[in-house]
Design a binder for this molecule. Sequence first.
Ligand SMILES: [Fe+2]
Length: 311
Amino acid sequence: MNATLDHMSTALNRCDESSPFLLENEGAYQAWRARKLRYQEELDATRVFSLDSGSGLPDSMLDKIQKQVTTFNFVVFESTTPLEKSEFLALNRQFGLEDLDVNLGADEDKVTSLQVVSESDKRSQYIPYTSRGMNWHTDGYYNPDGRRINAFALYCVHQSERGGGNFLFDHEMMYLLIRDQAPNLLEALMCDDVMCIPANVQGNRIIRAEETGPVFSLQPGTCSLNMRYTSRPHNIVWKSDRLSANALNLVREILMDGKAMIEIKLHERQGIVCNNILHGRQAFHNGADMPPRLVYRARYYDAISFDKAQA
Ligand SMILES: [Fe+2]
């Protein structure tokens, strides 16, 4: 058995055999695909739901929000009043998101304040803390297997004067478009060694160890689809065999084509909750007479789950 099939069988052992994300389940895939595309015709991806950090999503909205997540893997929301960070986390808990990741630039409460920092701040070497644009990626693609980021949320405290919009691409749609065109390339993207991120070493200190893993994987227990990806050319080594190279080229072509891309510029008090979809950010310019852009970000090991949130 080759490495790809070996990986796939491991995933099958962990997951419900009816998962649409396993290549052998063609019937389940076709049913899932038809439903997803039908819902996309019916719904508006950029619909803004009015939410607050209450003790649960309003019953009147629950079905609609669940369907929005099933269809797009993200929800845009607007809070009626400005949220403190603790209230932002409480809002996210209504989506079943509790298990927070902590990254280098995060605040003590594990929420990251994305804003331009001064050059003397160590974080200024990382693009999220500058006004530069960020190309396509999923969050925490460099995390080890035990710390997979399955969801994240953003909340806009202040938006920039110009730029600063986000572009979004549902990672399940990426899977769907690849499977429609070249299912054999999905096998390459599910290999455990397709993507390697060299260690982050500063001085003599290892900030993060080397990390190798798949692009697409099924998450144990939930069988939800996880995607790890970055379009950054630096600090990443892709497997170089022909199948992997073709698969990577197809991902790039689909992103360049942009048909399934959704653009959104969050206003103050607006945010998104998502299942770690592909996304990026436009470069921005802060106005002289307005507060600088500030966006809260929280990353989670959980995927969105309404069962857990409503329990
Ligand atoms: Fe990101």
